[in-house]
Design a protein around this ligand. Structure first.
Ligand code: PMM
Length: 297
């Protein structure tokens, strides 16, 4: 699997695994809820992430933490659009994290260059036509149902085979409905209708996505399976979400080594370094010189 060989229209080829920094404009996301609800703070944070090495800044207005309720459309638009518009105007490559066609379309009009849909086009029947019409890169994440219900949907015989198979069927459905295969990105959806062991199995077998021939986005940042792994040995309490960034950066390096197209992270600087280390090793392995600062931020 070599992510750098994929043809993906609409976004530059970084020559290494990319870094997508997260700006959750929400009061209730699991690790940063409430921090960036104010548009000015969200924009400042997005600019900081871009300056720190994010290739893309992913702006979302609806929490997808397990058990979360839906946010009304008007509220999601109100949260997301000013932030997308301002970051795009400042030259940042913005993706919009939404399950709603109306939000995706308005965000692309406001300058977003990627649609990141955790439902992979399944939550809103109109989403596929927005993907087809705009032609922008579109993330098809593995999804079995909304956050309120997803923990009850983590039932697999062979999680890797089933998750890759379900995403493959969704890619086919999107292409049949008019999407261009060259705009589609896939994502295993770590933590979404997955148990801890499922997340580990999916990460261990990123090579299984090669048969789909599409770039893979890996979004492990601060997720529960890392908190459980790093639980306090004396109390058994999971490691708090904000203290999972070193583990997240380790996943970024390993995902990059397995050919991931990009990693989606809260703490950009460590992962930006991690993917550059991986790219340097890849060059060294190929007998190519590892120039200081190349590939660079
Ligand atoms: N996870 C979250 C939100 N958006 N998008 C993609 N493509 N993949 C994910 O796994 C994903 C996502 C939930 O995490 P957050 O609340 O920390 O953003």
């Amino acid at each position: 699997m070599d992510a750098y060989e994929y043809s993906l229209t609409g976004v530059e080829n970084w020559g290494r695994c990319g870094v997508m920094g997260i700006v959750n404009v929400t009061p209730d996301s699991f690790s940063d809820g409430g921090l960036w609800l104010d548009p000015g703070k969200a924009v400042a944070h997005g600019l900081e992430l871009a300056a720190g090495g994010a290739d893309v800044v992913d702006v979302g207005g609806e929490s997808t933490r397990p058990g979360a309720a839906r946010v009304p459309l008007e509220e999601e638009l109100r949260r997301v659009l000013p932030v997308v518009r301002e970051l795009a105007a400042r030259g940042v490559t913005v993706s919009v994290d939404t399950m709603r066609a109306a939000v995706a379309e308005a965000a692309v009009e406001a300058g977003a260059r990627i649609i990141n849909d955790v439902s992979g086009g399944r939550a809103d029947a109109l989403m596929v036509s927005v993907a087809a019409r705009t032609g922008v890169p579109f993330v098809v994440m593995h999804w079995r149902g909304h956050s309120a219900a997803m923990d009850g949907l983590a039932d697999y015989e062979d999680v890797v085979d089933e998750v890759v198979g379900e995403v493959a069927r969704q890619l086919d459905a999107m292409v049949s409905a008019g999407a261009d295969p060259a705009q589609l990105i896939v994502d295993p959806g770590l933590g979404f209708a997955k148990g801890r062991e499922d997340d580990w199995a999916l990460l261990a077998r990123l090579d299984a996505w090669a048969r789909l021939g599409r770039p893979v986005l890996v979004a492990a940042s601060r997720k529960r399976f890392l908190g459980t792994l790093l639980a306090d040995p004396s109390t058994g309490e999971p490691r708090p979400a904000r203290e999972r960034d070193a583990a997240t950066a380790a996943v970024s390096a390993l995902a990059a080594a397995k050919g991931a197209w990009a990693v989606r992270v809260h703490d950009v600087s460590a992962s930006a370094d991690a993917v550059r280390v991986e790219a340097a090793l890849r060059r060294a392995l190929a007998g190519m010189p590892v120039r200081a600062g190349a590939p660079t931020r």
